[in-house]
Design a protein around this ligand. Structure first.
Ligand SMILES: *[C@@H]1O[C@H](CO)[C@@H](O)[C@H](O)[C@H]1NC(C)=O
Ligand SMILES: *[C@@H]1O[C@H](CO)[C@@H](O)[C@H](O)[C@H]1NC(C)=O
Ligand SMILES: *[C@@H]1O[C@H](CO)[C@@H](O)[C@H](O)[C@H]1NC(C)=O
Ligand SMILES: *[C@@H]1O[C@H](CO)[C@@H](O)[C@H](O)[C@H]1NC(C)=O
Ligand SMILES: *[C@@H]1O[C@H](CO)[C@@H](O)[C@H](O)[C@H]1NC(C)=O
Length: 201
């Protein structure tokens, strides 16, 4: 069974009382309206590394993923539209994520349980990470997202630094490859449909 990106990143065991390693780039930061503005729009899933076995396996199936975040600042939700390529096929999915502002987490309700990840914006603000199970050495993991499919050395450098804190070597990072994307035609079709709807209203 192939898991979708959100399932992948948000369905790890929920965070318990967080015991964040003493690493500056893994310290949780409260989410504000400004954060929600920053993460609005299109993002590419670049890479991840998970100690959790199930998720470690499932990310290796993902060839490429891009997605759209549409936060609702009054509801504290994020509408997600995700375009994921696995086995040379496009899988499109939508869902709502929840935002816990004070804790700096976003979450997804699934299988009767809420699953959390810390949202960590990187220095250049065009990249962010999601950190999972930071209190659980056997299951923790980190993924990184950027506004373009290509990342700079600096952007990935921050991700690697954070991985160091989790004692995960760079060699264990699993990368996506946007050249393998099969979702672009569907995205184009969705854009066209949206324009038509706007034209009609
Ligand atoms: C992911 O699984 C592979 C293969 O079992 C393993 O070699 C690697 O260490 C795992 N990655 C992490 C971050 O634990
Ligand atoms: C946010 O949610 C509220 C309550 O459901 C809704 O009234 C509002 O239109 C939403 N805002 C946006 C920008 O979607
Ligand atoms: C955040 O944005 C919402 C919606 O625009 C607004 O109602 C709320 O007052 C804002 N919160 C802060 C702290 O500015
Ligand atoms: C969309 O997500 C739901 C819930 O995670 C899943 O059951 C469904 O199979 C997904 N659909 C596709 C096309 O991936
Ligand atoms: C924030 O984290 C604390 C401690 O883990 C938890 O008790 C609380 O329910 C969380 N708040 C929200 C809004 O998720």
């Amino acid at each position: 069974m192939a898991l979708s990106w959100v399932l992948t990143v948000l369905s790890l065991l929920p965070l318990l009382e967080a015991q964040i390693p003493l690493c500056a780039n893994l310290v949780p930061v409260p989410i504000t309206n400004a954060t929600l503005d920053l993460i609005t729009g299109k993002w590419f899933y670049i890479a991840s590394a998970f100690r959790n076995e199930e998720y470690n396996k499932s990310v290796q199936e993902i060839q490429a993923t891009f997605f759209y975040f549409t936060p609702n600042k009054t509801e504290d939700t994020i509408f997600l539209r995700e375009y994921q390529t696995r086995q040379d096929q496009c899988f499109y999915n939508t869902t709502y994520l929840n935002v816990q502002r004070e804790n700096g987490t976003i979450s997804r309700y699934e299988g009767g349980q809420e699953h959390f990840a810390h949202l960590l914006i990187l220095r250049d603000r065009k990249t962010y990470m999601l950190a999972f199970n930071v209190n659980d050495e056997k299951n923790w993991g980190l993924s990184v997202y950027a506004d373009k499919p290509e990342t700079t050395k600096e952007q990935l450098g921050e991700f690697y630094e954070a991985l160091d804190c989790l004692h995960i070597p760079k060699s264990e990072v699993v990368y996506t490859d946007q050249k393998k994307d099969k979702c672009e035609p569907l995205e184009k079709q969705h854009e066209k449909e949206r324009k038509q709807e706007e034209g009609e209203s």
